[in-house]
Design a protein around this ligand. Structure first.
Ligand code: ADP
Ligand code: MG
Length: 687
């Protein structure tokens, strides 16, 4: 179509880049950038009538404000109207924010009401100040709230969308109907153009409850289409998978029993159950495609090892892929140890390996002399011919969307027998969603942690309180514990990230004379990295300064303190993963989030969520609230549930309908829907 994003007022080259970042490439995409929720600023509420748990817009006069130090430094403000008073509580604040609350000033606040010791309060409400003489008008409609990204503010996105809505109204933009008429009638679906108009700009008299209910006709139309698009993709994958053949492995539980007897601990009930599911799958003649979800630290590696052992004892080869070199090295070391009583040949493949050695390994794999090959995804996928590969294990794969992951092993394959596939992920997907939506993709959850684990304490500290952190580190290291100090990337340059880690290493090394400090980053050679990780594991290093290369998978149970710099710049799932590097043994662990003062609203809520929640599911749920589904997983981990509007808990009832409906949709329609709703390069069934 002819209208370009740059034709909208205020977008500009920079705005364009940011819009692209959230998947918006055309004005049409912008119209499919849907609100995650709404704010009701159409009316003011009296303070006396406020009830706990609801969101309100109130107006009052600032009575007083002060800083307190109960457990933590906080800024408290009391405002009142003619019916009563409420307290506003801020954990993060700066001078100018404090100055705004001068006595006698008029303010409007929007936020959720809670009771703290029977006092009504709002935590970090949105505030607007104004003069007695210049009273702002109330909003006419519910205000849509959109998923945003750092540097692209709510009001800007809202403004861009408003402009596109005018184009939609004047029919300069128009979406032709994709769905067949029969389906529109059968499921009672309204026209897509008016659904979009109304969802962005709800009718004056419509209430929050109505517009967000799954029965709302505008919402229904959009949710239905989106769920349908996902169903159709999975249908194609299912059809493809059914035509493939795999290896029927025999049932023989002796090797696994032997492995369990050698373990220093008992597998959890959940680990054993998931193991059984996997082994049952691998006895079938069609390839297994099983996703195993388990929170950070739940023990996914052991489950994968059971699967590997099973395939190997049946006489086949297994490939185990991890996202980073140090993680594959860790798996190699720990698996070698766990399998030492078995006659199994294991090899590690990484890019820095000497050419001669690499050639030998590759040759041995081809001849079937190696049973288990461990390495990064890139290596194993691209260059290797296997003798008889029956199982591929993909650990912590966030880089592709689910759809892509499932087609990985089918790409470029010539022989007619396909390996079984096991995907391990810490990304939380509700079970009911996975079961229904992913259709034939088998799904298991490890839903319990090994015994004896303790909740990790999470603390947020501004940069200028580094000295306190130092004291804590010294104490911990003296007690024999170990510490990670992570310097995550500030902009997207690996070189700069490494520099930051090197600088921090030098500073800490000069400051903490009695402590053994190590450094690890992505630009080091594999051998150096191996040495550092080995020293950390053997406690020759007390404090390990690193970049985010330690983010996923690393397992050093004696490490109990995780310090994360620039935590305000990172997404929740990444912070949760990093935090998951500690708390892996029986000792109490702590995570310290260092931030620069002057926090944005999102950064503030992120830190708050991490302090309150320890479990990946809770975090994902809360993240949904602050950023919207598309942003849940952050850029790196995109893919698992990239819903724009559907909410599985709320819109569950449409899943059945869309599944049924998917049966009668043509391939052409299906492609159009996928293009509209699923922001991934998809090539399914085209092999
Ligand atoms: P993740 O699910 O994050 O990949 P890992 O597989 O790395 O977790 O396991 C985390 C730690 O828990 C490892 O040190 C592992 O040896 C240990 N572990 C795994 N299963 C159990 C269990 N059943 N009981 C006690 N410790 C376990
Ligand atoms: Mg792991």
């Amino acid at each position: 179509m002819s209208i370009d994003l740059l034709d909208l007022k205020g977008v500009g080259e920079k705005g364009l880049i940011k819009l692209n970042k959230i998947g918006v490439r055309t004005v049409e995409d912008l119209l499919f950038h849907l609100p995650i929720r709404y704010q009701d600023k159409t009316k003011l509420s009296k303070i006396s009538g406020l009830e706990e748990g609801n969101k309100y817009f109130v107006e009052g006069i600032v009575e007083k404000s002060n800083i307190t130090f109960y457990k933590k430094r906080m800024f408290l403000v009391r405002i009142s109207d003619s019916t009563g008073f409420i307290q506003l509580r801020f954990f993060y604040f700066n001078k100018s924010q404090m100055n705004n609350f001068s006595e006698g000033r008029k303010v409007r606040c929007y936020g959720e009401l809670r009771l703290a010791n029977k006092v009504k309060e709002m935590i970090h409400p949105e505030c607007e100040f104004f003069d007695q003489t210049d009273i702002p008008e109330l909003e006419q409609h519910l205000t849509p709230i959109y998923p945003i990204t750092d540097g692209l503010h709510q009001f800007r996105i809202r403004n861009f969308i408003k402009q596109s809505l005018s184009l939609l109204k004047s029919r300069e933009i128009f979406f032709p109907e994709i769905l067949p008429k029969k389906i529109l009638e059968k499921y009672n679906l309204i026209d897509i153009n008016s659904a979009l108009l109304n969802i962005h700009n709800p009718n004056k008299n419509i209430s929050y409850e109505e517009i967000t209910s799954s029965d709302n006709e505008n919402k229904k139309r959009l949710v239905f289409e989106e769920l349908l698009a996902h169903q159709l993709i999975f249908k194609r994958i299912r059809a493809l998978n059914k035509r493939l053949l795999s290896f029927e492995l025999n049932d023989n539980d002796k090797p696994i029993k032997k492995l369990i007897n050698n373990l220093p601990f008992k597998p959890t009930k959940s680990q054993s159950e998931v193991m059984k599911e996997i082994i049952t799958d691998m006895q079938e003649k069609t390839p297994m495609m099983r996703l195993v979800q388990g929170d950070v630290g739940s023990g996914k590696t052991l489950v994968a090892l059971f699967a590997a052992l099973h395939a190997i004892s049946n006489g086949y080869q297994v490939a185990f892929m991890a996202p980073t070199e140090i993680l594959s090295e860790q798996h190699y070391q720990s698996i070698k140890l766990m399998l030492k009583e078995f006659n199994i040949n294991i090899a590690l493949l990484y890019s820095g390996i000497r050419a001669k050695e690499k050639e030998m390994i590759i040759e041995d794999i081809r001849l079937g002399n190696i049973d288990l090959i461990i390495g990064t995804h890139a290596l194993i996928q691209n260059q290797i011919k296997f003798f008889n590969l029956a199982l591929v294990i993909i650990d912590e794969q966030h880089k592709f969307g689910v759809h892509q992951r499932m087609t990985l092993s089918t790409k470029g394959k010539k022989s007619s027998t396909y390996p079984h596939q096991l995907i391990l992920t810490a990304t939380p997907i509700p079970r009911t969603l996975a079961m229904t939506l992913y259709g034939n993709l088998d799904y298991s959850v490890i839903n319990e942690m090994p015994r004896g684990r303790q909740v990790i304490d999470t603390i947020a500290l501004p940069e200028d309180r580094r000295s306190e952190i130092m004291k804590r580190i010294i104490i911990k290291c003296k007690e024999g514990d170990q510490v990670y100090w992570v310097c995550p990337l500030i902009n997207e340059s690996e070189v700069l990230e490494c520099k930051a880690a090197i600088n921090t290493f030098e500073e800490l090394d000069a400051e903490l004379k009695d402590i053994n400090i190590g450094l690890i980053h992505g630009r080091m050679k594999m051998l150096e990295k191996e040495k550092v990780m080995g020293d950390f594991r053997n406690k020759k290093i007390d404090l390990l300064v690193s970049t985010t290369i330690i983010e996923v998978g690393l397992d050093v149970p004696n490490a109990t303190v995780m310090i994360i710099e620039n935590s305000e710049r990172m997404g929740l799932s990444q912070l949760h993963q990093l935090r998951g590097r500690v708390g892996r043994g029986n000792k109490k662990s702590t995570c310290i989030l260092i931030y620069k003062s002057g926090l944005s609203e999102i950064a503030r809520s992120r830190i708050d969520i991490l302090r309150r929640c320890n479990n990946g599911f809770d975090i994902a749920r809360e993240d949904l609230d602050i950023r919207g589904p598309g942003e849940i997983l952050g850029k790196k981990q995109k893919g698992d549930i990239n819903f724009k509007i559907a909410n599985i808990t709320r819109d569950y009832k449409y899943i059945k309908d869309t599944k049924e409906c998917a049966e009668s949709i043509s391939n052409r329609t299906s492609e159009k829907l996928a293009k509209r709703w699923i922001n991934e390069e998809i090539e399914i069934g085209k092999a």
